[in-house]
Design a protein around this ligand. Structure first.
Ligand code: 5GP
Ligand code: MG
Length: 182
């Protein structure tokens, strides 16, 4: 499958992403205007470009950046998916204001699990932001507090998001289209 040739068709331009992040950052600054120091938690690895652009739009706000890596894997049936924490936060978040940054909400299992875990550590406030949302794919009830773009059920890459570890460095979001040879 990874050897099948494909092209990436642009779906969301770099310019649209930048404009959307500017608007989202304004809302986030308003939400956390009384926060002493916000803990921005990026979910590795897909969110690394998004988090880099987002924190630079937060302007004067004092932010701490931390990362968490979760992996989900099928246990036979998709709907019984388990989520494992591969890399945990460095910082404690008890009593802190936390913003979790994800690339895509798909089935919802990852953010459902991660927010459950982080809530058990008793943060003062916990909010979530996802660049992309595929609402038609949802298996568990989860909605991010902020979403960049709703997209259809297509496999996307770029802007930090990979296909077999490639295409993370594309500046736009595109969808993978397999092509026939010959
Ligand atoms: P879920 O919400 O199903 O638990 O998982 C979300 C994760 O699935 C995302 O963080 C991302 O890693 C992965 N994912 C979902 N849709 C796509 C996609 O279109 N492309 C890529 N590369 N990963 C995706
Ligand atoms: Mg991910």
């Amino acid at each position: 499958m990874t050897d099948t040739p494909y092209v990436v068709d642009q779906m969301i331009s770099a310019k649209s992403i930048a404009a959307r992040i500017e608007a989202l950052a304004r809302e986030i600054r308003a939400e956390f205007k009384d926060t002493d120091q916000l803990v921005v938690v990026g979910l590795l690895r897909g969110s690394f470009v998004f988090i880099a652009d987002l924190v630079r739009e937060l302007g004067e706000m004092s932010v701490e950046v931390d990362f968490l890596e979760a992996s989900s894997y099928g246990m036979g049936m998709e709907s019984s998916r388990e989520v494992r924490i591969l890399k945990d936060l460095r910082s404690g978040i008890e009593g802190r204001d936390v913003l979790v940054v994800e690339d895509i909400v798909d089935t919802g299992h990852t953010l459902h699990h991660v927010t459950g875990l982080l809530k058990s550590r008793l943060p003062h406030k916990l909010k979530t932001i996802a660049l992309l949302d595929k609402p038609t794919r949802r298996e568990v009830d989860f909605k991010a507090d902020w979403t960049g773009f709703e997209i259809p059920d297509e496999f996307v890459v770029g802007y930090g998001i990979d296909y077999a570890q490639r295409n993370r460095n594309l500046p736009f979001i595109g969808k993978v289209r397999f092509i026939q040879e010959g």
